[in-house]
Write a protein that binds this ligand. Structure first.
Ligand code: C2E
Ligand code: CA
Ligand code: CA
Ligand code: CA
Length: 277
């Protein structure tokens, strides 16, 4: 009890109170943004590096509002901390399926759309149900969808659930693809890859960035490509910005890529043009 007074004074003299207030404001802001439909999706094309054919689209959330301009790598981690991420993930799944259906109604042939699923959501029964429902509601099939899960969250979930993971097999049965996001940044142990059916590995942008001037990064990239092929996954390089990177990746037998060299994430209208041109 003696220390309480001192601790309290530290608390109130610091910025903690102000930070808390700010957090509550931002939390409320996210909640209203969800109900007011301020979040929209942009899509970044994914290419076969040899044929330069579009083989997929990654859905990336944007906060479309006049007053705020937070980027997803700011508000997504915050939403995860604050227990709001399931709301965002649900919203994105619904919006992505709606958008696929829209394009299909315009007779556009839509490649598989990859949705980012946050770490806390991948074991969730609710999200599997939601995905099933959205597929049915919009006349889609599992072949329309892919889920991107970071390496870190995938391994954490396997630790909890064990190797014969039920959500993974559920998705496989539906024909929904799984890809590992930010590969290379999460774990040094790769043994988990043997036990599961991963369709795609996405090499983290940091390696692609360094690859052309650092031999070590290039070795890592070529090891990841070999590893991916060994477990029957295709390998996609993230964040390709230069022709030099693209050429090097092709020479290292990397299958696929996305990045500013080809396209930035684009609004649905621009994607429609790209897919029909
Ligand atoms: P991520 O899943 O690794 O997404 C790739 C990020 O790299 C995107 O940033 C994309 O715009 C950016 N990018 C693509 N090509 C290039 C390039 O050539 N150069 C550079 N410098 N950047 C490139 P974005 O859209 O700002 O998203 C950041 C992160 O926020 C994502 O990283 C993902 O972790 C998260 N995120 C975005 N949308 C969603 C979502 O709908 N749901 C969830 N749960 N997370 C999301
Ligand atoms: Ca991603
Ligand atoms: Ca990534
Ligand atoms: Ca990332």
């Amino acid at each position: 009890a003696k220390h309480n007074g001192k601790q309290r004074s530290i608390l109130f003299n610091s910025n903690i109170e102000k930070d808390l207030e700010q957090k509550i404001i931002l939390k409320n802001r996210i909640e209203t943004a969800l109900t007011d439909n301020e979040f929209i999706l942009h899509f970044q094309p994914q290419y076969n590096l040899k044929t330069m054919e579009i083989i997929g689209l990654e859905a990336l959330i944007r906060w479309n509002s006049d007053e705020v301009c937070y980027r997803p790598d700011e508000f997504i981690p915050f939403a995860e901390q604050q227990g709001l991420i399931h709301l965002i993930d649900n919203y994105v799944i619904k919006m992505a399926c709606q958008q696929i259906a829209n394009w299909q109604q315009q007779n556009i042939h839509v490649p598989r759309v990859a949705i980012n699923i946050s770490s806390q959501q991948i074991n969730s029964k609710t999200i599997l149900k939601l995905i099933d429902n959205e597929i049915v509601n919009h006349n889609l099939t599992g072949a329309n969808l892919e889920l991107e899960i970071t390496e870190y969250s995938l391994v954490e979930s396997l630790k909890k659930e064990g190797k014969q993971d039920s959500w993974l097999s559920h998705l496989h049965q539906k024909g929904i693809h799984i890809s590992i996001d930010d590969f290379g940044t999460g774990y040094s142990s790769l043994s988990y890859l043997q036990h599961m059916n991963i369709n795609r590995i996405k090499i983290d942008r940091s390696f692609i960035e360094e690859m052309t001037h650092e031999k070590d990064s290039q070795s890592i990239v070529s090891s990841i490509i070999a590893l991916g092929h060994n477990v029957n996954a295709t390998v996609l390089a993230e964040g390709i910005e230069t022709e030099e990177q693209r050429r090097l990746l092709i020479s290292l037998s990397c299958d696929e890529g996305q990045g500013y060299l080809m396209n930035k994430p684009l609004p649905p209208e621009d994607i429609a043009k790209l897919l029909t041109s």
